[in-house]
Write a new protein. Sequence first.
Lengths: 269, 269
Amino acid sequence: MRLVFVSQNGSSNEVEQDLEDILQRGGELYHPGFSIDCAIFGFHANQLKVLLLKVKNTGRWALPGGFMLKNEDVETAAARLLKARTGLEHVFLRQFYLFGDLARNDEAFNRQRLRKENIQASAEHWFLQRFLTLGYYALVDFAQAVPRPDYISEDCAWWDLHEVPALMLDHNRILDKALETLRLQLTYQPIGYNLLPEKFTMTELQCLYETILGRKLDRRNFLRRIQSYGILRRLDERRDGVAHKPPYLYRFDLPAYEQALRQGLNGAW
Amino acid sequence: MRLVFVSQNGSSNEVEQDLEDILQRGGELYHPGFSIDCAIFGFHANQLKVLLLKVKNTGRWALPGGFMLKNEDVETAAARLLKARTGLEHVFLRQFYLFGDLARNDEAFNRQRLRKENIQASAEHWFLQRFLTLGYYALVDFAQAVPRPDYISEDCAWWDLHEVPALMLDHNRILDKALETLRLQLTYQPIGYNLLPEKFTMTELQCLYETILGRKLDRRNFLRRIQSYGILRRLDERRDGVAHKPPYLYRFDLPAYEQALRQGLNGAW
DNA sequence: TCAAAAGTGTTTCATTTACACCCATGA
DNA sequence: TCATGGGTGTAAATGAAACACTTTTGA
C-alpha cells in the first residue's frame, strides 16, 4: 500500500496509484479542492466514442479524472491522466470549463464511497471537501488507445456517444459541455488529426464531422470545403477490400494543419 | 480589524474586506489555492478600456480579483467581485480560462507583500501557497460603473487597452487571453449591450467592433451586417449637438439580443 | 449482374466586398 | 461657406447549396 512512481518507456513518470493510499495521503499530495475530468473522444466504426470508467462501489460510469499534484502544471496533470487511461501522449487536449457550483458536490455520495472502501475519514478528510473540477477534452486515435481502468474503477470502456448512460455526479453535464465546445470549435479549427488513423478516406472524415455536428452534409460540398482549407493530401493509395469502388486515402499535411490550428480557419468578421 | 458583512440595497451581501484580516483568516474563509481575476472591459470615447487596480506595496497595476468563499458558487464569487469593483450587477460576465501552470506563482513576491504589511506568516500560510486563478471577463457600461479600490489597492482606474502597463504577475497574459476570447466570441455572439449606453449611434457600435478586432470596417457593410442580426432598433431620435449631420440613435432589442446570445449567430458549418 | 459507395461539375442563390455621392449640422 | 461625419445603393466577386450520373469493386 505504497505510492509508487513508475517510470515508463524511460520517457515520463506516471503516478501509479492505489485507492486506499490515495485517500489517506491525498491531502499531502494533491492541490486541495481541485480535480480534473477528461472527456476523451475517439472515433470508430463511424461513431464518435467517449471513454468511460465504471467506478467501484457506485455502479456508476464516470469520466476519467483525477487530481493535480502540488508541484505539477495543470496541463501536465491533464496529460498524465490522459496517458494513464489511454497510454497516449502528445494528442489534442484542451481545457474547456471549470465547473464550480456548490451543487456539484455530493458529500454523502463520497462518504459512502469511503465507507465501502472501509476507510475511516473525519469530516475534514480532503476527499470530502468541496471540489472544483476542470473539464478537459481530448481527441485520440481510437485504434492506438489502450483503455486501462484505474485504481478507482473496475472497468474502462468506449461508449457510443448516443448510448452514454446516466453518469456519476455532474459528469453528464461536463460531457455535454465538452461536446458543445467541440462543435463550436469545428467552425474555426480543423479537426480530425488524432481522431483518425494516419490514412483515412474522405468519407470517414466527413462521417466524423457529421457525427460531431449531428447532421448530414453533402458529399461534394464537403470535399470542396475541406480541400479549400489546404490541410489534406490525397495519396495515390486507395483503400481496397471493399465491395465498391475503392476510395482514395488521405493524410493530414501536418505543417499546414498545425498552422490552421494556430491561426484558425475563417472567422466571420 | 474585523470582517464585516455589509448588506447593500437590501438585495445582496457584499464581503467588505480588510487586508490584515483577510490575510490572517483567509485560510478559514476561502476555498484553498484558488482565486478569480476579472478583465472588466468598458467603452468610452471610442476606446476600449479595462479596469485596473494599483496594488499596495508593489507599485504594480493588476486585474481586480479575489477569492471564493468556501460555500459560494464560482459564478457568484465572480459576480460579487465585479460588483465590489464597479457597483454593477447583472452584466455580461463569463469565465474563459483557468491559469494553472506552476510558473505563475511567485512566492517571493507574495512574501514581500506580507512583509510590507507587517504580517507574520509561516511557510504554510494560505496566501503563500500555490494558486490557480480562473479568468473572467466582463463587459460593462463605462458610464454606470463606479470604480472603487479594494482593500489591497491604493487606486482603481480605467486604462486604455493600448496603454496598459506591465502588470503584476501573469496578469498581462490573462488580459491578452481575455481579449483573444472576446475577439473570437465576436464571430458567433452579439456584443455591445452592457458595453454601450442604452442609446447609441451606429458609428459608436462600429467603433466598438473595430476596437475589439483591431481593424477598420466598411461603414455601409457594417450597417448591413448588424441589421441582418435583427438585434437593433433604430429610434426616431437623433444625436444632436454635433457639427455634422445628426446620426440616428439605436437601442438593442433585448429579447432578440438575448436569443442571439443563446443561439449564436451564424456558424460556419 | 447487382448493390454499394466513390468520384466528379455546374447552376443557382446568397453573401461579401468594394466603392462614391449628397445631406445636415455647428462652427 | 466650410469641414465633418451621416445616410444610402449597386455591381462584381466570392462562397455556399442543391443536385445526378458514371465508375469500380466484391459478393
